[in-house]
Design a protein. Structure first.
Length: 268
């Protein structure tokens, strides 16, 4: 048995199939972790959701910003964006099964020393805080207050942690950071407008994982969301968004031995 962690699929089902073939994935034997952004911008989001739902007993995933955008669109909270490729999902009779199921997936996942998030974590967050806020935010996302929470995710303006709760709830800020964080400063200020290479990061911001004394550093974190970063491997950190939807690669990390597997994007 092996456990593979796979980067942002974003509707690239042909690439996912190619990667699963490369690793000889067996649903009878192996497990998958998916770092979020299963859907959008690639051409086959519905096929990806179908496959993951079909294999849900073998799959662990965390929600990404594009997954949340799909959920918001399903509830009539977001409008169509220029690069969206979600119409097939939203028009499908399966939407009423697949999207509520997606909405009930976690924001953070941990087994032992391995943990997974889509975007990132602020350097001052301790694991107990992360776990508590994740439970609270997931409960709100899955309940009658989901709409108010999802509406807080719009905009690229900077965010200071902890937030001013008159303008943004604690759970809304937490959800936005978990799913969209790339860079921050030492005091918990987040710059959401930057998506370039780490070397181009504007001062005083740095990649979230570069700040010293990061409190959850004893865990080994897997994350995605940052295609300009590409594959990143460190002792306690693995970044797996290798830009498949932009015509690059789809990557998998095998937890048992640290081996990386990659396939070229099949969609271009």
């Amino acid at each position: 048995m092996a456990t593979y962690v796979i980067g942002d699929v974003q509707g690239c089902f042909a690439s996912l199939e190619s990667l699963l073939k490369l690793i000889s994935f067996s649903s009878q034997r192996d497990r998958l972790w998916l770092v979020g952004d299963l859907v959008n911008r690639g051409p086959q989001s519905l096929a990806v959701l179908r496959w993951v739902h079909q294999h849900r007993d073998q799959v662990k995933l965390v929600l990404g910003n594009h997954d949340l955008h799909l959920i918001a669109r399903y509830h009539g909270l977001n409008s169509d964006k220029p690069l969206d490729t979600l119409k097939e999902v939203l028009d499908s009779p399966e939407a009423s099964t697949l999207i509520p199921w997606l909405q009930h997936q976690p924001l953070v996942y941990r087994e032992g020393v391995f943990a997974m998030v889509h975007g990132g974590l602020l350097p001052q967050w301790e694991w107990d805080l992360i776990a508590r806020l994740a439970r609270e935010t997931e409960a709100q996302l899955q309940g009658p207050e989901a709409a108010s929470l999802l509406l807080e995710l719009s905009g690229k303006q900077e965010l200071q942690w902890p937030p001013n709760e008159k303008t943004l709830s604690l759970q809304g800020a937490f959800l936005k950071i978990l799913t969209r964080l790339r860079v921050c400063d030492a005091n918990g200020r987040v710059h959401f407008g930057f998506s370039g290479a780490p070397s181009d990061c504007p001062e005083p911001f740095r990649p979230w994982y570069e700040w010293p004394n990061r409190l959850p550093a004893k865990l080994r974190w897997f994350f995605g969301h940052w295609s300009a970063l590409g594959l990143l491997q460190r002792e306690n950190l693995v970044g797996l968004d290798t830009g498949c939807v932009w015509g690059r690669q789809l990557a998998a990390f095998r937890q048992e031995d640290g081996r990386i597997f990659q396939v070229e994007a099949q969609e271009n």
